[in-house]
Structures are given as structure tokens and as C-alpha cells.
Design a protein around this ligand. Structure first.
Ligand SMILES: Cc1cc2nc3c(=O)[nH]c(=O)nc-3n(C[C@H](O)[C@H](O)[C@H](O)COP(=O)(O)O)c2cc1C
Length: 209
């Protein structure tokens, strides 16, 4: 229940306070995990490099609404892992066309390769997901001809459970602790922009769009 005179923004047909928006957004991130077509399912990960910046798409794999963490998977040999090891602070950018909402998440990352976090994600990954970790060649390395990213004999087939196990050594989980979440909703009635800071202290504010 919103407090009397508490400022609210109209999102769709409902009036939302800052606390409502924050809660709704984390619930939507959690819900996106089980929805293939949800705009929050894929995220652009922007990283710092020694010479500038880089960006690429990654898939949202786990959400902790309470503690404000997200997780995605990658190949432990990928360029983004090298960049994140040197510069652990990064940004995740999400856009949901249906909701007309952009999220900009300032994150602090942590790499998991040979610990229980990576083990747990690996155990829950189906063989089709494991297939991309079977690449014998370093991601991003130059090749004399197109290479599919997994042993060529597999073709369109899935690896067996036994074959898929060889991918574990290349598998990494990136844990993203959200420090700040910035929310932007586009509407002809007016844009809504708000910032939710979690670290170093909790703070919620409306921002001019
Ligand atoms: C829709 C889509 C989803 C993707 N999901 C992932 C992902 O979850 N993890 C990942 O490492 N790469 C993913 N990729 C590939 C990356 O965008 C990128 O091309 C690759 O990881 C190499 O990036 P890097 O050289 O910066 O490490 C995805 C690409 C697309 C188009």
C-alpha cells in the first residue's frame, strides 16, 4: 500500500511508487528466466578494456531478487572473462520492447570456474547448452576456415551426456552483484526514470528523463 501523497508514476494502468517499481522489476527479471521471448532474457554486457570498451549479448541464467544478484554463463577462455578479471565492474543493459522498459545495471562481477557455483549451474545445464562448451578452439581465435564452435563431427546432433562432460573445463559462471539499477519506462504520457542504489547504501530516487 502506497503512503498518502507518495509520488507515483503511471505504468500501464497502475500507479507505482519507487518501491513498487523496484519490486516489480526484480519480479519481472525472475519471471524472464522461464520465458523464451521475454525482453529481459537477453542482456548486453558492457565491459572496460585496457584500450576502451566492449559489449556483447549474454543470456540471463539466475536471479536473486532478495540479494540483488544476476548470473550468466560463458566460456572461461572468452575475451570478456579476461576483461572482467582486469576490470570487474561492468554494466548490463536490458531492453524489453513489450514493456517499453530499459534497465541499466551497474554491476560488480565475480568469476566462478571450478567451485560449487559453477558445478551447480553445469549440473542444471542440458546437453544442448553444454554443446557450446565443447569447442576445441579458443573463442575469438583466428581460424583458417569457418568453425562451428563444437567438434565438427557433432553437426546438428546433441552430444551424449558422457560426451558433454568434456565441456565442464571450459564452463564459467559470472556472478553479477547489482550496485545500482536504473529504470527507464517510455510512454507518450511521459517517461519514467528512477534509480535504485544498493551499494554502498540503499537509496531510491526519481530522475529527470
Ligand atoms: C542471443 C545471443 C545470446 C548469447 N548468449 C551468450 C551467453 O549467454 N554467454 C556468452 O558467453 N555468449 C553469448 N553470446 C555470444 C556473445 O554475444 C559473444 O559473441 C561471445 O560470447 C564472444 O564474446 P567475447 O569475445 O566478448 O567474450 C550470445 C549471443 C547472442 C546473439
Amino acid at each position: 500500500m502506497n503512503q498518502p501523497n507518495e509520488p507515483t508514476a503511471t505504468i500501464g494502468d497502475t500507479d507505482r511508487s519507487l518501491a513498487d517499481l523496484e519490486r516489480d522489476t526484480w519480479q519481472q527479471l525472475s519471471a524472464a528466466l522461464s520465458q523464451d521471448k521475454d525482453g529481459f532474457k537477453t542482456m548486453t554486457l558492457a565491459t572496460s578494456t585496457n584500450t576502451g570498451a566492449d559489449a556483447r549479448t549474454v543470456v540471463l541464467r539466475q536471479v536473486d531478487e532478495v540479494h540483488k544478484y544476476l548470473w550468466f554463463h560463458t566460456d572461461a577462455r572468452a575475451e570478456k572473462v579476461i576483461q572482467l578479471e582486469a576490470h570487474p565492474n561492468a554494466t548490463l543493459l536490458l531492453w524489453d520492447e513489450n514493456r517499453q522498459v530499459q534497465l541499466r545495471l551497474h554491476i560488480e562481477t565475480r568469476l566462478h570456474t571450478d567451485d560449487y557455483v559453477a558445478d551447480e549451474h553445469w549440473e542444471n545445464l542440458w546437453v544442448g547448452g553444454r554443446k557450446s562448451y565443447l569447442s576445441e578452439r579458443t573463442p575469438g581465435s583466428e581460424q583458417p576456415a569457418p568453425y562451428p564452435g563444437f567438434p565438427e563431427h557433432l553437426g546438428e546432433n546433441l552430444p551424449s551426456e558422457q560426451e558433454s562432460k568434456a565441456g565442464r573445463i571450459n564452463f564459467a559462471v559470472i556472478e553479477c552483484r547489482v550496485l545500482i539499477m536504473e529504470y527507464l519506462h517510455l510512454s507518450r504520457k511521459g517517461q519514467t526514470r528512477a534509480q535504485f542504489q544498493y551499494e554502498p547504501v540503499g537509496k531510491m530516487v526519481w530522475l529527470a528523463p
